[in-house]
Design a binder for this molecule. Structure first.
Ligand SMILES: [Zn+2]
Length: 90
């Protein structure tokens, strides 16, 4: 079945395709940006959804950026450690 596992866009119901998105979060003390985040991207409206494991790693990267107290943190996804290692390291 073509596209079955990937699901559909929660906003417009169109099929989604594997792609990348940009993640940005305002931490109050600074801003964290991650580029090239793997995501399921809607072909119609462009809405991007990330898998649970990706979302957990994004949260870990945000927490790490907050601890570093950097004003602006821009990181590529390929530079981010998986969330488990992130916990060990910090
Ligand atoms: Zn959509």
């Amino acid at each position: 079945m073509r596209g079955r596992g990937l699901g559909r866009c929660p906003l417009c119901g169109s099929p989604v395709q594997p792609g990348t998105t940009i993640f940005a979060a305002d931490l109050g003390s600074g801003v964290v940006v991650l580029r090239d985040v793997p995501a399921y991207v809607c072909q119609l409206c462009g809405n991007a959804a990330v898998a649970d494991g990706v979302a957990a790693t994004l949260e870990g990267a945000s927490a790490a950026a907050r601890k570093r107290n950097s004003l602006v943190s821009v990181t590529g996804w390929y530079e981010v450690e998986p969330v488990d290692e992130e916990i060990n390291r910090w």
